[in-house]
Design a protein around this ligand. Structure first.
Ligand code: ADP
Ligand code: MG
Length: 304
């Protein structure tokens, strides 16, 4: 494999390691090498305990433990079929695990109620684009707030004061998300006609508009150009920094993962084979054998 870490990445990783070490010396967080404990010092935004899931004879997830600390960018990597999307589907309630527990904030679930997802502060994007191609960008982003509205369909049709107020608030929030993601120039265009990378950004805006506490991103950079990847990665980082959003990110591009994430979990055949800060995971022999040893196309040298 080509060494994808750039000077910028190394500097980022080194800065984080120095910050963690300084905190440790000050009696705060443990050293980077012991990073798995960082998430356990506060209540994790998300915790999976012993999650198993199978489809017929196929084991998609096997006794997965994972904790995601507030405000971190948590990457999940692994080969195709490793169980990454299944894991997000369990967290978002699309799949019911055979065993285990999902904790979202202070609530515990054996099956996350998908209908309550927005109320639980969780938003997600899908591996394959799921935009309304015949709607304008602005309308697509407003859709990200539908689950949050208290006025039902009838009130909206009758345009009651509550429905009208919510509509105005939804438009204002959508405009803000659009500006945040630099989509102003295309906000009145139909989503389906836009370049793929821009559509991915619209999807990110739709997920962010409700200001979720936890944002689940399934391969948000797949299929976009190198330049668009850089831009999207910057937006993801900005979303975390500006809104304090905790992010779980599934991504194949190791350059992006190493530069953007605070901790990385590695799945292989449904099992978690490694978990730690990017530098640890990158030098882990099991990870190199299962995943990093394979040549990856289209890796990006991330500079953000
Ligand atoms: N809805 C489903 N029905 C049957 N098998 C599934 C389903 N979802 C996932 N799988 C299987 O579970 C395994 C993990 O898939 P997936 O979570 O999509 O992996 P990844 O996202 O890491 O590529 C694969 O073997 C896949 O075929
Ligand atoms: Mg997948």
């Amino acid at each position: 494999m080509r060494v994808m870490a750039t000077a910028g990445n190394e500097a980022l990783i080194a800065t984080r390691a120095r910050a963690t070490e300084a905190a440790r010396q000050a009696g705060g967080a443990p050293a980077a090498a012991d990073s798995a404990r960082v998430a356990d010092t506060g209540v994790p935004v998300l915790a999976l305990q012993g999650i198993s899931l199978s489809f017929g004879g196929v084991t998609a997830l096997e006794r997965i433990d994972l904790s995601v600390a507030k405000g971190e960018i948590r990457a999940i990597i692994g080969p195709n079929g490793a169980g990454k999307s299944s894991l997000l589907n369990v967290v978002s309630g699309l799949y019911r695990p055979d065993q285990g527990m999902v904790r979202l904030g202070s609530e515990r679930f054996t099956h996350v109620p998908a209908v309550r997802l927005a109320a639980l502060g969780v938003a997600r994007t899908f591996q394959n684009l799921a935009l309304f191609k015949g709607l304008r960008v602005l309308d697509n982003v407003v859709m990200g707030l539908v689950a949050r509205r208290r006025s039902g369909f009838v009130r909206q049709i009758l345009s009651t004061p509550l429905a009208r107020r919510e509509e105005i608030e939804a438009c204002a929030a959508a405009e803000e998300a659009i500006a945040f993601l630099h989509l102003d120039a295309v906000k009145h265009q139909l989503a389906g006609g836009l370049p793929y990378g821009i559509q991915k950004r619209v999807e990110l805006a739709r997920a962010l508009v409700a200001r979720p506490q936890l944002l689940l991103l399934d391969e948000p950079f797949a299929g976009v150009t190198v330049g668009e990847k850089q831009e999207l990665a910057t937006h993801v980082r900005n979303a975390r920094d500006a809104y304090g959003t905790t992010i779980v990110l599934i991504e194949h591009d190791i350059g992006i993962v190493m530069g953007l994430s605070d901790r990385v979990a590695v799945l292989d055949y449904g099992r978690k084979i490694a978990d730690g800060v990017p530098a640890e995971v990158r030098s882990d022999q099991a990870v190199i054998d299962a995943y990093l040893g394979v040549a990856h196309e289209g890796e990006t040298e991330l500079v953000i």
